[in-house]
Write a protein that binds this ligand. Structure first.
Ligand code: MF3
Ligand code: CO
Ligand code: CO
Length: 268
């Protein structure tokens, strides 16, 4: 039931003040799990083993994985290595020294969704990858800084795109952020590129993700024959960070903040 609150003309849910606490609880669990998996990322480890640990942590918390059973997806996380842009399927391939990976976890706590992803490195981080990860992280934060009532969704995309392109990297167009709350993917599509002042106006009580994917090369992607794994067409390295956020009366609250300040991989 989405009974409480109301929806805008664009179908964007406006949540009541009481819903913020529920989103913080869901977001915090996703963030805690992402904190805890850091120690499971090392050369020789399989992405399947990391996913198994994530599924166990969701169960231990008496929460529900939002991705298991979602459109036929079978895992508690997406793990996207190197040139995989998003929706990488965990499996028995071993991580190699210097691999960078995004781990994306979505949980349901008391019916509310918490969705977050971050970058990790197996072994030693090389300079090119470090730069990509830093710019991608900072682009998410620039996007979040643009979140306040009266600004538009286009302002968020504009902030991300101009920052990324000023560093001669590219923003993926084929995937976007999304509204969430008591539904996984709801309006609007949160684009990570765009024109300032375009799109729907942000209102207090809107909940959504911002999750820019940034490539060292060109922005084009393709989906592999498994129907999930999205890769860069030019095989260039790709990174992503994702937070779930809510619009407050004068700004933004981040629901998926790291309890131990490990959101950025150089903080490990
Ligand atoms: N968590 C992803 C997102 O940020 C969605 C994953 S759907 C899955 O929206 F089925 F691939 F897991
Ligand atoms: Co998301
Ligand atoms: Co996600």
């Amino acid at each position: 039931m989405i009974g409480k609150g109301r929806q805008t003309r664009d179908g964007i849910q406006i949540n009541e003040p009481g819903a913020f606490a529920a989103m913080h609880a869901a977001g915090k669990l996703a963030a805690r799990i992402l904190d805890e998996v850091a120690e499971l990322v090392f050369p020789g480890q399989t992405t399947g083993a990391i996913d198994d640990a994530i599924e166990a942590k969701v169960n231990d918390a008496h929460a529900v994985s939002a991705t298991i059973g979602y459109r036929g997806y079978k895992h508690a996380s997406c793990i996207s290595v190197n040139h995989v842009v998003c929706h990488g399927i965990p499996g028995d391939k071993k991580l190699k020294d210097g691999d960078i990976l995004n781990i994306d976890v979505t949980v349901i706590v008391d019916g509310w969704f918490g969705d977050s992803s971050r970058m990790y490195v197996a072994g030693k981080l090389n300079r090119r990858a470090e730069r990509l990860i830093q710019i991608t992280h900072d682009s998410l934060m620039k996007g979040i800084e643009a979140v306040k009532p009266g600004n538009t969704f286009g302002d968020i995309g504009y902030a991300i795109q101009t920052f990324v392109e000023s560093h001669r990297m590219s923003v993926v167009r084929d995937f976007c952020g999304h509204g969430l709350g008591r539904v996984f993917h709801s309006p609007p599509n949160v684009l990570h590129y765009g024109r300032a002042g375009s799109g729907a106006v942000l209102e207090e009580g809107m909940f959504f993700t911002i999750e820019p994917m940034v490539n060292l090369g060109r922005p084009e992607t393709k989906v592999l024959s498994d129907d999930w794994t999205a890769v860069t067409r030019d095989k260039s390295l790709s990174a992503q960070f994702e937070h779930s956020v809510g619009v407050t009366s004068n700004g933004v609250e981040i629901f998926t903040l790291s309890p131990t300040n490990r959101f950025h991989p150089t903080n490990f």
